[in-house]
Write a protein that binds this ligand. Structure first.
Ligand code: DX5
Ligand code: ZN
Length: 224
């Protein structure tokens, strides 16, 4: 499978959110990444499920768009039902944010949503292994979560390779997402290591080029 780009709306212009997300979809983005921050688990705040209806409308019209919700929140279990009801396709909870990761993943699946596990750069890979059989998506953080525009942590590449091997040797089908510092200059290396979904915020919405140009450039590299 060719890896897919997942624009993170964290770096969008919120005054033109729907328009910018539509531009992503028109340029071929099949994932929209939604960064939810609570000011406790991470030192920054964003939004709650209130942002979802506007995005759901665009995804429904396009038909092939996945709304990928990344909960950087303590007690994620409390927000899961609200994001499920608001139309999330994937909900990821952080390994470090819940005492009951297995239960949280079950809860997500019972609500008919794909269950994701997000993991900070310093968390040992082994923390994932006991839950991989009930995990649809692993989101490996390649920055310390909380802010867009940070540099990719190079050790992540080895972690992607290690996770790809674990999944292959156990014949498990979870997708591997990589989140943070994904740019045009490093995406080929990150995809080659085994990533399926590449989250990019500032490299899609920032800079001098248009959103469409940024996404097309990513997709050309990924297809190459
Ligand atoms: C970090 C977020 C990322 C981030 C990516 O806490 O989870 O999704 O917005 O942004 P860039 O691509 O700018 O690193
Ligand atoms: Zn994210």
């Amino acid at each position: 499978m060719t890896a897919k780009i997942a624009p993170s709306i964290l770096s969008a212009d919120f005054g033109q959110l729907a328009d910018q997300v539509q531009q992503c979809v028109d340029a071929g983005a099949e994932y929209i990444h939604i960064d939810v921050m609570d000011g406790h688990f991470v030192p920054n705040l964003t939004f709650g499920p209130i942002v979802m209806p506007a995005l759901r409308k665009i995804a429904d019209a396009a038909e092939n768009v996945t709304l990928d919700v990344h909960l950087m929140t303590e007690n994620p279990e409390q927000l899961v039902p609200m994001f499920a009801a608001a139309g999330a396709d994937i909900i990821s909870v952080h390994v470090e944010a819940t005492k009951h990761l297995h239960r949280a993943l079950q809860q997500i699946r019972e609500l008919g949503v794909k269950a994701g596990v997000a993991m900070n750069p310093a968390t040992p890979m082994m923390a994932l292994v006991p839950v991989l059989t009930i995990t649809d998506y692993v989101l490996l953080m390649s920055v310390n979560p909380g802010f867009g525009g940070q540099a990719y942590i190079p050790e992540t590449t080895g972690r992607i390779r290690a996770l790809r091997q674990i999944l292959q040797s156990s014949n498990l089908k979870a997708l591997i997402g990589v989140d943070g510092g994904v740019k045009h200059h490093n995406i080929a290396e990150i995809a080659a290591a085994g990533a399926d979904v590449l989250v990019a915020g500032s490299a899609v919405f920032g800079g001098d080029n248009s959103i469409a140009e940024n996404i097309e450039k990513f997709n050309t590299i990924l297809a190459g």
